[in-house]
Design a protein around this ligand. Structure first.
Ligand code: SAM
Length: 185
């Protein structure tokens, strides 16, 4: 399939509370996120997961949110200010060919990539960059919408993640999704 970037005007829909009828971000993430952690939300959009992550890491933690669309980042920042969470969210605009996260090398406890991998043409590059940002024993959750991403395409992404150095450690159940939990040994 192609690598069409999700249009910015989808941002408010993706971050809408209506999405909670499908799943609750807190329920999906509670097994991986603790107070004080530094978490990374890759392709964060307007923050459906970023804001819950910010609550879960608490006032001693941090959430680094990266997206390549300025309008997504602006929407996220607006929502973070409204929720009183802006001080724990480091929202960054990245470029198509790099996340620009050298200052977080080896610094991330938990990373999330929800509904982004199918939009990225160079997955080798992205997954290697994510691997570099992770602490040892850091966990990384990739989840893709099963309506957009077939089983074979998803398995290719898992293979590329393994090539980057990640070890698959689980297949959490998320509704209408294909999901893998990876670990940096
Ligand atoms: C379908 S949206 C999902 C947003 C969010 N993760 C969620 O689940 O609500 C995909 C997001 O990934 C971003 N994106 C696509 N390619 C990217 C890349 N190479 N680096 C960073 N963000 C990217 C898009 O701009 C878009 O905001």
């Amino acid at each position: 399939m192609g690598h069409r970037i999700c249009p910015w005007w989808m941002g408010p829909l993706l971050a809408s509370p209506l999405r909670r009828f499908l799943y609750s971000p807190e329920d999906l993430l509670v097994a991986y996120v603790e107070k004080g952690m530094t978490a990374l939300d890759i392709g964060c959009g307007m923050g459906f997961f970023s804001l819950p992550l910010a609550r879960m890491v608490g006032s001693t933690g941090k959430v680094i949110c990266v997206d390549l669309q300025e309008k997504m980042i602006k929407g996220l920042v607006r929502r973070a200010i409204k929720a009183g969470l802006a001080d724990r969210i480091d929202a960054r605009l990245c470029r198509k060919d790099t996340l620009d996260l050298d200052d977080f090398t080896g610094g991330i406890d938990f990373a999330l990539a929800c509904a982004i991998m199918h939009e990225v043409p160079d997955k080798d590059r992205l997954l290697s960059e994510i691997y570099k940002t992770m602490k040892k024993e850091g966990q990384f959750l990739i989840s893709e919408p099963s309506g957009h991403v077939g089983a074979a395409e998803f398995e290719k992404t898992v293979q590329i993640a393994q090539k980057a150095g990640f070890e698959p450690v689980g297949r959490p159940e998320i509704r209408r999704s294909r999901t893998i939990l990876l670990l940096k040994r």
